[in-house]
Design a protein around this ligand. Structure first.
Ligand code: PTJ
Length: 247
């Protein structure tokens, strides 16, 4: 299995085909669930409608997310099978740039997949990966879906959850956590309940959050301004408008 894909860069759908290949490769490696293939298809459809670009409103969301991560007492970046397959190195860089922990946290939880993802993140430079303990619980969810690390997501005040399922996003919000959600569907419950909904493809979103974090790292005033300049309802509306009108 390789990261290479036999598609010429001049192909008009090069990025999209490369992303598909990474998800397929993730399934082959035992990192991504087969449901992850379906989730990717849904994401692609929204990305196509959004023009496969980072909207200005999404860029503002990515900047606000960077500011929340930098200002957190304890920030955690949650990693599932799709995120790990698509942006493993980029997630490690984001954690480094913001001081956040990385925690493997799965919707369709299996111990094998958790171990495979943790190892894959370590192969991409991660020093510590949480999620193997799973000794904490998110209240209000059934047993398997409720599992988190007590010292990780359980203890965090800010969590970045890419491609999260709506029930869990809602339950994490009810625990009083500041939630930063990456999801291409502005109508999804996860995006709707997020403190910061990032309506963008994870492959563009994560490196951009990192770039903003590096730029604002030593500038508390810029961090405060980024949070103040962001309005979640406006961002959701802007994405819906872009889908409807192509604006
Ligand atoms: O690895 P696991 O077991 O934790 O499972 C992960 C998936 C993603 C399979 C699981 O959480 C799931 O089934 O999610 P859903 O309910 O299908 O929701 C996934 C959401 O992510 C949808 O709203 C998609 O539009 C969106 N999405 C898919 N691909 C991307 C995306 N958003 C941003 N970037 C993407 N590349």
């Amino acid at each position: 299995m390789s990261d290479e894909v036999d598609v010429p860069e001049s192909h008009p759908r090069y990025e999209s085909l490369l992303t598909r290949h990474r998800i397929e490769d993730g399934v082959d490696r035992g990192i991504t669930s087969r449901q992850g293939l379906i989730a990717q298809g849904r994401g692609e459809a929204y990305d196509y409608l959004l023009g496969e670009r980072t909207l200005e409103s999404a860029d503002r969301a990515e900047r606000a997310a960077a500011a929340y991560l930098l200002r957190a007492d304890h920030a955690v970046v949650s990693v599932n099978g799709n995120a790990a397959a698509l942006v493993p190195g980029e997630l490690v860089e984001l954690a480094e740039a913001t001081g956040a922990d990385l925690e493997v946290n799965l919707f369709n939880r299996t111990e094998e997949r958790i171990r495979a993802i943790a190892e894959y993140l370590r192969d991409h430079g991660a020093e510590e990966v949480l999620g193997l303990e799973a000794d904490g619980r998110i209240p209000g969810l059934d047993h398997e879906r409720a599992k988190v690390d007590a010292d990780g997501i359980g203890d965090a005040d800010v969590v970045l959850v890419p491609l999260e399922d709506g029930d869990r996003a809602e339950a994490l919000g009810e625990m009083g956590k500041t939630e930063l959600v990456v999801d291409l569907n502005p109508l999804s419950r996860s995006a709707q309940v997020a403190t910061v909904p990032i309506i963008d493809n994870i492959v563009r979103a994560i490196p951009n959050v990192t770039a903003h974090a590096r730029e604002m790292a030593d500038d508390p005033e810029a961090q405060r301004a980024a949070i103040e300049a962001f309005d979640a309802d406006e961002a959701l509306e802007a994405a819906e408008r872009a889908i409807r009108d192509g604006a």
